[in-house]
Design a protein around this ligand. Structure first.
Ligand code: ADP
Ligand code: X2W
Length: 289
């Protein structure tokens, strides 16, 4: 690329930099895009870029794959009902350990290594939750253990990080309202709950697909833009399945609650986050109102 082209790229970003300065973006980093530490580091560097550009990024991370691996190593079977992990009392200790002692500090360290400021906040210091039941494939409601949904947010730690200009990195756990004990929360739902609470300008889901696909088996069938209504219809007709369901449901929910825009981006593609936010074409899918 010649120097003028480089300058053109910077100039293309100018209107976005102007529009987004001072705005809050919530980035959900999925476990499926966290298999390769070099790629994760690149995403964290993009987060530092956002912070330096005057945007307030917040990271909510998942870790489903790492949790399943840790459970299997401990001789426990990783089982899901309706997309939620069956979380026994034994399993919640593993879930908490992997999220709060391995993944969360790892992300914080990466941001700091790139000269950014970050603080790890255990989800159970932010989210208040209540236990939920799962719905099995026959539509029956079944006990899935220590799994919850977010019913409230405690913003003291978040506010302190915001005022100090530090990027909060939050794990998907909640403190059970009745007991204070930890509950396991699907990270997509945790991200959407916080995005709604803060009415963020953007909620970005980073996963292991190019975005929303009209044929989930064919990565070339990327849908660039989808409305809430179209997304709902794609769930009903089965085009959207598995891990994409909680993402789309929470996207629609977040838009209904006032979040301006939701993006689905490929976390494996270097700098997908920056390309989606700062270029005219974008690279993933945007869900609009
Ligand atoms: N229509 C669709 N478009 C894209 N992905 C889809 C679709 N339907 C199902 N999926 C699945 O959703 C997965 C992403 O969800 P998940 O594995 O839970 O990711 P994460 O760990 O990032 O939360 C994709 O890997 C893909 O297999
Ligand atoms: C209740 C429930 O299923 N919790 C999830 C939390 C982690 C998560 O959601 O991670 P991803 O974003 O990588 O899928 C789990 O235990 O896997």
């Amino acid at each position: 690329m010649d120097p003028t082209e480089k300058a053109d790229s910077l100039i293309e970003a100018l209107p976005y930099l102007q529009a987004f300065r001072g705005k809050t973006f919530l980035i959900k980093m999925g476990g499926s895009a966290m298999e390769d530490p070099d790629l994760v580091a690149k995403v964290m560097r993009d987060i530092v870029f956002l912070e330096v550009a005057g945007i307030n990024p917040i990271v909510v991370h998942g870790g489903g794959k790492a949790i399943s691996a840790a459970m299997e190593a401990a001789g426990l079977e990783a089982k899901f009902v309706g997309g939620f992990r069956v979380t026994t009392d034994e399993a919640i200790d593993i879930v908490s350990r992997v999220l709060s002692e391995e993944i969360n500090p790892g992300l914080v360290r990466m941001i700091r290594n790139f000269g950014g400021k970050a603080v790890g906040i255990p989800g159970n210091d932010v989210f208040l939750g209540e236990k939920i039941k799962g719905t099995d494939s026959e539509g029956r409601r079944v006990d899935i253990g220590r799994v919850g949904e977010v019913v409230g947010c405690q913003m003291a730690h978040m506010d302190a990080a915001h005022h100090a200009g530090i990027v909060p990195v939050i794990s998907p756990l909640a403190a059970e309202l009745a007991t204070g004990r930890p509950l396991n929360i699907n990270a997509d739902l945790a991200a959407a709950a916080l995005a709604k609470e803060l009415r963020v300008a953007k909620l970005v889901y980073l996963s292991d697909v190019p975005g929303l696909l009209s044929d989930p088996k064919d990565p070339s069938t990327l849908i660039k833009s989808v409305t809430r209504k179209e997304a709902d219809a794609m769930i009903t007709d089965g085009t959207i399945s598995g891990g994409m369901i909680p993402k789309i449901r929470s996207a629609v929910d977040a838009l209904n609650a006032g979040v301006r825009k939701v993006h689905f981006v490929d976390g494996r593609l270097p700098h997908a986050l920056l390309l989606e936010i700062f270029t005219d074409g974008g690279v993933g899918t945007e869900v609009v109102r």
